[in-house]
Design a protein around this ligand. Structure first.
Ligand code: R5P
Length: 313
C-alpha cells in the first residue's frame, strides 16, 4: 500500500513488457488476471486478486490488433468495477482509433469520441495517455485525462547525442506544435516540411520552410505508421543539404511498408519508445522506455500529488 488505498496494477495483453517495467519502477507486483478467448474469438476475463476498495491502474495501449486490445480493456474495466474497485485509471500509452477525430466531410464517424465514450461507460474514472494524435481528444472524455509527452524521454536521449547546430523539423504542418516543444527543450531551431496525404499509406512532400543546409536535423512526430511521412521528409531534407538526419517518434505503429521505407531512409538513427511493443529489427533503431515516466505519473496520481510537472512537453 502506498497511498490510503491499496495500489493494484493490471495489464491486458497488448504490452505486458511495459506493464512489468512500470511495476518494477513502482515496486509492486503485476496483478493477476486470467484473459482468454472463447472458441469463437470473444474475450473472456477474470480478475484473480482482491480489488475491493483498491486504487486500480490498468495498462493497455490500444495498438494492433486494435479491436481485441480495446475490447480487453473494456472487459477488464467492467470486471474491476463489478469487483468494487475504489477507482480505475486506464493507462493507455498509445491511444488507437484517434485518426477520425472530427467530421471533416459528410458521412464520417468521430471514432475517437466513440472510443472515449466506450471507455468512460465501461467504468474508467481517469485516463493517463501519451502523445495523443490530437491533444483535443482529451476533451472527448468527461473524466480527468493526464496527457503526457514522450518528448520528455526522447529529448533527454537526444541531448546526450550532443548534436551541434540542430534543427528540429516537423514532417508536416500539423506537427509544428510538437516540434516547437522539442526545439525549446533542445535549444534548437525549427523547420517544417510541407506534406500532403494522398491515401492512408502514401504522402507527397513539397518544400521545406527553414534552413537545414549543413545542419543536423531531427524529424519529430507522434507516430510512425507506414513510415511514409518521416521517410519522405528525410529524403527531402537530405536533398536540401541536411548533415545528419535522425527520426524521433513516440509510437512505433510500424505497419504495411514501414520497415522497407525506414530501411531505405537516409537516416542515422530512428528513435521510438516502448508504448507499443517493438519487434522490428532495424540496425539503427533505438527503443527508449517510457516505463519510469509513466510509473512516476501513476505514483503521483495514487498519492494525490501534482502531475503537472510531467505534463510540460
Ligand atoms: C500525421 O498526422 C501523424 O502525425 C503522422 O505523421 C502520420 O500518422 C504517420 O503516418 P505514416 O507513417 O503512415 O506516414
Amino acid at each position: 500500500m502506498i497511498g490510503t488505498q491499496p495500489l493494484v496494477i493490471f495489464s491486458g495483453n497488448s504490452n505486458r513488457t511495459l506493464a512489468k517495467r512500470i511495476c518494477k519502477y513502482l515496486g509492486v507486483p503485476l496483478g493477476k488476471a486470467d484473459i482468454q478467448k472463447f472458441p469463437d474469438g470473444e474475450v473472456s476475463a477474470k480478475i484473480e486478486a482482491d480489488v475491493r476498495g483498491a486504487d486500480v491502474f490498468i495498462i493497455q495501449p490500444t495498438c494492433t490488433p486494435v479491436n481485441d486490445h480495446l475490447m480487453e480493456l473494456l472487459i477488464l474495466v467492467d470486471a474491476l468495477k463489478r469487483a468494487s474497485s475504489a477507482r480505475i485509471t486506464a493507462v493507455i500509452p498509445y491511444f488507437g482509433y484517434a485518426r477520425q477525430d472530427r467530421k471533416d466531410e459528410g458521412r464520417v464517424p468521430i471514432t475517437a469520441k466513440l472510443v472515449a465514450n466506450l471507455i468512460e461507460t465501461a467504468g474508467v474514472d481517469r485516463v493517463v495517455t501519451l502523445d495523443l494524435h490530437a491533444a483535443q481528444i482529451q476533451g472527448f472524455f468527461d473524466i480527468p485525462v493526464d496527457h503526457l509527452y514522450g518528448s520528455r524521454v526522447i529529448a533527454r536521449y537526444l541531448k546526450r547525442l550532443d548534436l551541434s547546430d540542430l534543427v528540429v523539423t516537423s514532417p508536416d504542418v500539423g506537427g509544428l506544435k510538437m516540434a516547437w516543444a522539442y526545439a525549446k527543450l533542445l535549444d534548437a531551431r525549427l523547420a517544417v516540411v510541407e506534406k500532403r496525404r494522398i491515401s492512408p499509406d502514401s504522402v507527397e512532400v513539397g518544400f521545406v520552410i527553414g534552413d537545414v543546409s549543413g545542419r543536423n536535423v531531427v524529424i519529430v512526430d507522434d507516430l510512425i505508421s507506414t513510415g511514409g511521412t518521416v521517410s519522405q521528409a528525410a529524403h527531402l531534407l537530405k536533398e536540401k543539404g541536411a548533415e545528419r538526419v535522425i527520426i524521433a517518434a513516440t509510437h512505433a505503429v510500424f505497419c504495411g511498408p514501414a520497415i522497407e521505407r525506414l530501411t531505405a531512409a537516409p537516416v542515422e538513427e530512428i528513435i521510438v519508445t516502448d508504448t507499443i511493443p517493438v519487434t522490428a529489427n532495424l540496425p539503427n533503431l533505438q527503443v527508449l522506455s517510457v516505463a519510469d515516466f509513466l510509473g512516476e505519473a501513476m505514483h503521483r496520481i495514487h498519492m494525490n500529488k501534482s502531475v503537472s510537472k510531467l505534463f510540460r512537453s
